[in-house]
Design a protein around this ligand. Structure first.
Ligand code: F6P
Length: 341
């Protein structure tokens, strides 16, 4: 078989580890051939390919980013996009596709599967917000980067008796904030799933100052106050209709200063959470996903996303996996709340 591989959406550490595992097992165990599609769905849409053999994947296991490039191209929004993809797959002799991506990339994969494209999905995202899998690769690395940043913020916050806010990514899910905040001993964690009460946040800040320690607040980029408390500006939309998030940390700092009279400053971690080498956990998870994905293609088990359940590799329908976001449950947030203030 000739198999196409693409990586779509926001990149994350571990993408190269998946590509390597797919190609290594696909070539050496099954004798398949591979072709890389550049920049997510733009590759098959425009027939933009690159060679992908064992030589091309040597040495990439610990490398962040993706050797295939990525984009947020949405072929479903482009007139005739699906037909162009089908024509280009036929023209390049590709029998099946492995799409490595998050909710958006795999949502496209699911729709292509309904239009008879042979496709298997692999769940990537630092946000860990894909249903059907306990974890996505990239998340552990992002959490470790954010935790290290929080540790560092603690020491400088205490020297200057300031409230320091750490804004993390995660889009509409608070997983990174919850895990990094718990691991870093944050005094307040704000997540999109639970609109926050600014009066309450300020009470936590003041009670922390009374202990002679400085408050550290972790805020997810998608967190927002209870309706009507603070005015927020709307961001731009991407090709999948998602709003570009970011800026809540700064809003929060201003409000805390205004209400408590204490200095509050914000650090936005941004893309640092997505760059660089994956943790050992993410390398292993990504490698296992890659091995499972090539097995699924070899067995003709299309329309599936490979997934982690407990410690086992399983496969779930792409439609089920992309039907709804996996958000932080109330009970998980309650565990973290014990440590607030
Ligand atoms: O989905 C991953 C993610 O990093 C989100 O946490 C974030 O909201 C978004 O991508 C940022 O996207 P980009 O950097 O591509 O604009």
């Amino acid at each position: 078989m000739r198999i196409g591989v693409l990586t779509g959406g926001g990149d994350c550490p571990g993408l190269n580890a998946v590509i390597r595992a797919v190609v290594r097992k696909g070539v050496s165990v099954y004798g398949h051939e591979f072709v890389g599609f550049r920049d997510g769905w733009r590759g098959p849409l425009e027939g933009d390919t690159m060679p992908l053999d064992i030589q091309a994947v040597r040495g990439i296991l610990p490398r962040g980013g993706t050797i295939l490039g990525s984009s947020r191209t949405n072929p479903i929004k482009i007139e005739g996009g699906v037909d162009r993809i089908k024509e280009n797959l036929a023209a390049t002799g590709v029998d099946a596709l492995i799409a490595i991506g998050g909710e958006d990339t795999l949502g496209v994969a699911s729709q292509l599967h309904e239009r008879d494209v042979k496709v298997v999905g692999v769940p990537k995202t630092i946000d860990n917000d894909l249903s059907g899998t306990d974890y996505t690769f990239g998340f552990d690395t992002a959490v470790n980067i954010a935790t290290e940043a929080i540790d560092r913020l603690h020491t400088t916050a205490e020297s200057h008796h300031r409230a320091l806010i750490c804004e993390v990514m995660g889009r509409h899910a608070g997983w990174i904030a919850l895990h990094a905040g718990m691991a870093g001993g944050a005094n307040v964690i704000l997540i999109p799933e639970r609109p926050f009460d600014i009066d309450r946040v300020c009470e936590y800040v003041e009670s922390r100052f009374r202990t002679r320690y400085s408050p550290i607040l972790v805020v997810a980029e998608g967190a927002h106050p209870i309706e009507g408390q603070i005015a927020l500006q709307a961001g731009e939309l991407d090709a999948f209709g998602h709003v570009r998030l970011g800026g809540i940390g700064e809003v929060l700092a201003k409000e805390i200063e205004k209400r408590t009279g204490k200095e509050a400053r914000t650090t936005v971690l941004g893309h640092i959470q997505r760059g660089g080498t994956p943790t050992a956990y993410d390398r292993v998870l990504a490698t296992r996903f890659g091995l499972q994905a090539i097995d699924a293609v070899h067995e003709g088990d299309y329309g599936k996303m490979v997934a982690l359940r407990g410690t086992d590799m399983v496969r779930v329908g792409l439609d089920v996996a992309t039907a709804e976001l996996k958000t932080v449950p109330v009970s998980r947030y309650a565990e973290a709340e014990v440590f607030f203030g």
